[in-house]
Ligand binder design. Structure first.
Ligand code: CAO
Length: 422
């Protein structure tokens, strides 16, 4: 093992040339001709290749530096040389190893074309170093499709990687033989100032699942309004007493109980398709997923055996899991085994929305904010507290008529909570 200095070779007498990109980092294994730097002069972009092979020990240059022939780029741990080579000329780099290298080590090859030039003018307005252009060529990518994030609108290696990642994520999970058209990359900085914010880990994970579920499930959303006037009267009478015990009683727990009653009446909603897509697996348990909004994104913890628990117990459990979710303390187990999900935006507002089925479940209930509406009863309009519900379901499993029957059952249960006792 030896350490060798790799320097900028003859760059045609140019001095103080801008370093646009450093293409290697400490720890990288490089070979002869591996691109190390991209330089940019007034007229040309040049790529500086390595004149030796080994593992990069330390990179001495960073983007934005200026270099001339002989400037030290990096130190390299090589297999054979045992002595550091003076930083000077390309010719010396070739001679010294030949003198001191162990017998099995090959002499460094003659450096014929030390830098490769790309005349930017020939390549329209796209700025990219030769290494980046080569990667783009190998993947069949048009550089004009790639959003550039480098200085002076330069396409960087990372831009190509992001482009490929983005394109791969747009390939649908099905093998129908059809692919989706992708949206073209847009350089928004052309239109005004921008900043880039990385998506949270939760957003990336849930985004993938939501995208898949949106694509593979033929969704229908059935809407319905439940008259929760009497439910709300009852809730208000209980709320204060429960608060003293540290329990927050919201409409959601009543909805959970009504959902379970509706699942019992329509078992095809408490089911999953098997992998073949030809059998329905009916579940004889009632675990309900509840979507919880956290600063990092959406998570869906599962409340188990909702059929066996009372309103107070459910309210307590709901507070515990939503707190756990917001503190990022949920385990994978807390989020598994759901039969049906509820996404409640009722504490926020809005009139209705179309939730996405949480595969492998086959249906999900969206809950919006209840409000007083005039309802025609016994020959007159009376103010009633109406709760808007949106039931999305997998149309492969559930027919439209059953979707309507389910929501009628649900709204009936909620309109008179004594039904829940039956
Ligand atoms: N209509 C009217 N008021 C409602 C309501 C509704 N449908 N649902 C809740 N409220 C009221 C509650 O009663 C409470 O008011 P009071 O304190 O006066 O009783 C207030 O709104 C706040 O409720 P909450 O949101 O804190 O509690 P919750 O039990 O209804 O919901 C939870 C808990 C964890 C589901 C909720 O906090 C949450 O995170 N919701 C967002 C879920 C989400 O992001 N879904 C989107 C998924 S699709 O991208």
């Amino acid at each position: 093992m030896g350490i060798k200095n790799i320097t900028v070779p003859d760059i045609g007498g140019a001095t103080d040339v801008d370093v646009i990109e450093v293409l290697v980092k400490a720890g990288d294994s490089i070979r002869i001709d591996t691109p190390l730097l991209t330089l940019e002069s007034d007229k040309a972009t040049m790529e500086v290749p390595s004149s030796d092979e080994g593992v990069v020990k330390e990179v001495k240059i960073k983007a934005g530096d200026k270099v001339s022939t002989g400037t030290l780029i990096l130190t390299l741990e090589t297999a054979g040389a045992t002595q550091e080579v003076p930083v000077k000329k390309q010719a010396e780099e070739k001679v010294v190893p030949e003198k001191i290298a162990a017998p099995e080590v090959k002499a460094a090859p003659e450096v014929k074309a030390p830098v490769k030039e790309v005349i930017e003018g020939e390549l329209a307005d796209i700025h990219a170093g030769p290494a980046v252009r080569r990667i783009a060529r190998e993947f069949g990518i048009e550089l004009s499709d790639v959003a550039a994030t480098g200085p002076k609108n330069r396409v960087l290696k990372e831009d190509i990687q992001s482009y490929v990642k983005n394109r791969l994520s747009q390939i649908p999970a099905t093998t129908s033989g059809m692919s989706l058209p992708s949206a073209p990359a847009v350089d928004f900085s052309k239109f005004g100032p921008t900043e880039t914010l990385a998506l949270s880990r939760i957003k990336k994970l849930s985004g993938k699942n939501l995208h898949r579920n949106w694509l593979i499930v033929p969704h229908i959303t059935q809407f319905g309004d439940a008259d929760i006037t009497s439910l709300e009267d009852f809730r208000i009478t209980q709320k204060e007493a429960m608060e003293k015990e540290g329990v927050k009683l919201t409409p959601l727990v009543f909805i959970m109980k009504a959902v379970v009653a509706s699942l019992k009446a329509f078992p095809q909603f408490n089911a999953s398709l098997d992998v073949s897509g030809e059998n329905l697996i009916l579940k004889n348990y009632f675990h309900i997923g509840v979507a919880v909004d956290t600063p990092d994104g959406l998570v869906v913890p599962v409340i188990r055996d909702v059929d066996k628990k009372g309103l107070k117990e459910l309210a307590k459990e709901l507070s515990v899991v939503s707190e756990k979710a917001r503190k990022k303390q949920l385990t994978a187990n807390d989020m598994q085994g759901g039969c049906f999900s509820i996404s409640s935006l009722g504490g926020i507002g809005g009139t209705a929305f179309t939730p996405i089925v949480n595969v492998p479940e086959v249906a999900i209930l969206g809950v919006s904010k209840a409000s007083h509406k005039p309802v025609y009863q016994d020959g007159q309009f009376v103010p009633r507290l109406m709760l808007p519900l949106s039931l999305s379901y997998d149309h492969r499993v559930i027919d439209g008529a059953d979707g309507a029957r389910f929501i009628v059952k649900l709204t009936t249960m909620l309109s008179d909570i004594r039904n829940l006792l039956l």
